[in-house]
Ligand binder design. Structure first.
Ligand SMILES: [Ca+2]
Length: 82
């Protein structure tokens, strides 16, 4: 699916409010690991599995990527807690 389809999927399935569309777009960029402008099923499930499971290193890398996105969106530091 392309970015528009991904955004529509995430907004409908996860009930994301409209003002989070830019964050969903950035999540698309993380999920699109080969950078071809589309998220295939393998990339989608790999991305979702990082939300739900995976080892500690992959979770840490994924959440740090989200932190960087949120930091760039909010333009301020967010507290990091372990
Ligand atoms: Ca891709």
């Amino acid at each position: 699916m392309n970015k528009k389809q991904f955004r529509q999927f995430m907004m409908e399935e996860f009930k994301c409010p409209p003002d989070t569309a830019h964050v969903v777009n950035r999540i698309f960029d993380i999920f699109d690991t080969n950078g071809d402008g589309a998220v295939d099923w393998q990339e989608l499930f790999a991305g979702i599995s990082q939300f739900l499971g995976g080892d500690l290193d992959s979770k840490a890398a994924f959440y740090f990527s989200l932190y960087v996105i949120l930091y760039s969106v909010c333009k301020r530091r967010l507290p990091l807690r372990c």
